[in-house]
Design a protein around this ligand. Structure first.
Ligand code: HEM
Length: 214
């Protein structure tokens, strides 16, 4: 809602793939045909991880990649909220909401927004990493995509005018301090026809994003 460009692209992808119906909302479609929606979900969790910090205990002596010694029994805390915003990890635009960072061109498929490119679980740690990776990760992604598709096919969401930047409370999870105030109205524009999609490759948001890269 705070990013009209992303919202427009998201609605266009959903309309283009699903044609205003939930009939085509299959597992295959959710996995492979909605790369932009998947990118928006991952970009949201990168900047707003529902588990924003964590603590682990070393089971054996070890040395971290930067040379720090760790001894069995030591506790190590880390903030994935900070990791998600770290420019050394995500680049200069780390604090910007840019779903395109999760997409690569897909010449075979010719999908308008390219192909979803997952990151290493040790870089994108919102679902933890390693042997104790979130067991529900794939389920959570599918659930989020289904909900996004169903809602955006039917409703339009707008932040109330002059909405302040939402603040979060410090907690084990990441609750908001105040409710997000929005206006929800039924969509009257119907599914956007494919002709309103990115007309020329040079106007593709994905290519525009890549064009910025050195
Ligand atoms: C956006 C949604 C979700 C996020 C961000 C998330 C994140 C996480 C994180 C960070 C952990 C690691 C906690 C730790 O041990 O330090 C975790 C563990 C786990 N999650 Fe999720 N989770 C999500 C949704 C789900 C769902 C929908 C399910 C089940 C259907 C689920 C099931 C589990 C289970 C069983 C574990 C424990 C895995 C283990 O310790 O081996 N999660 N999740």
């Amino acid at each position: 809602m705070a990013n009209p460009r992303v919202m427009r692209n998201l609605v266009q992808e959903i309309d283009h793939v699903l044609h205003g119906s939930t009939e085509h909302l299959t597992y295959e479609v959710l996995q492979n045909r909605l790369p932009y929606a998947k990118a928006v979900f991952h970009e949201t969790l990168r900047l707003h991880p529902p588990v924003p910090k964590n603590i682990k205990q070393a089971v054996a002596d070890d040395v971290l990649p930067d040379g720090t010694r760790v001894y069995a029994g030591d506790f190590i805390g880390y903030s994935n909220w900070c990791m998600g915003r770290n420019k050394k990890v995500w680049g200069e635009d780390a604090e910007q909401f840019v779903p395109e960072r999760w997409l690569v061109p897909d010449p075979e498929n010719r999908a308008i927004f390219g192909k979803f490119k997952p990151e290493s679980q040790y870089k994108f740690v919102s679902f933890n990493a390693g042997p104790r990776l979130c067991l529900g990760q794939q389920f959570a992604i599918l659930e989020a995509l289904v909900t996004t598709c169903v809602l955006l096919q039917r409703y339009q969401f707008r932040l109330t005018p002059d909405h302040p930047v939402p603040q979060v409370k410090g907690s084990v999870t990441l609750p908001m301090k105040k409710p997000l105030m929005a206006t929800v109205s039924r969509r009257t524009d119907g599914p956007l026809p494919a002709s309103t999609l990115v007309a020329k490759a040079s106007e593709s948001p994905l290519e525009a994003h890549f064009a910025k890269e050195p």
